[in-house]
Design a binder for this molecule. Structure first.
Ligand code: 5GP
Ligand code: ZN
Length: 113
């Protein structure tokens, strides 16, 4: 989609530090990391937000979560991790291309224990 920053990253028109890529998805490091590991996982196909998902996207979502689990294993997140999706304005979504944040390498427990 024209003027979508994550479509441009998926197409290689804007550089990113890649963590994983295949024909369906791209995982790349967030520019402003909120944890020692902060990766964004996106479908290469433009989907604006989780609000646009349908039953037909089930295999894509399974693929994204399987890739997250594989990355977590490769990156040593054996103590766990968080996957976040911000959806829409009130959900805090700033980039209107579906993405999942994979966060790890520190405790996400709240209140800190
Ligand atoms: P959202 O707030 O939409 O859930 O998350 C968007 C995320 O994309 C933010 O964490 C932000 O740091 C990240 N981001 C925005 N623009 C870029 C970019 O050009 N490159 C990378 N690697 N991350 C970006
Ligand atoms: Zn897009």
């Amino acid at each position: 989609m024209a003027d979508c920053i994550f479509c441009k990253i998926a197409a290689g028109e804007i550089p990113s530090k890649k963590a994983y890529e295949d024909d369906q998805i791209l995982a790349f490091y967030d520019l402003d990391p909120q944890a020692p590991v902060h990766i964004l996982i996106i479908p290469k196909e433009h989907i604006s937000s989780a609000n646009e998902l349908t039953e037909e996207n089930g295999p894509l979502l399974g693929h994204i979560f399987a890739a997250a689990a594989k990355l977590a294993k490769e990156l040593g997140l054996e103590k766990g991790y968080r996957i976040v999706n911000n959806c829409g304005e009130d959900g805090g979504q700033t980039v209107r291309h579906l993405h999942f944040h994979l966060l790890g390498g520190r405790s996400m427990e709240w209140p800190p224990g």
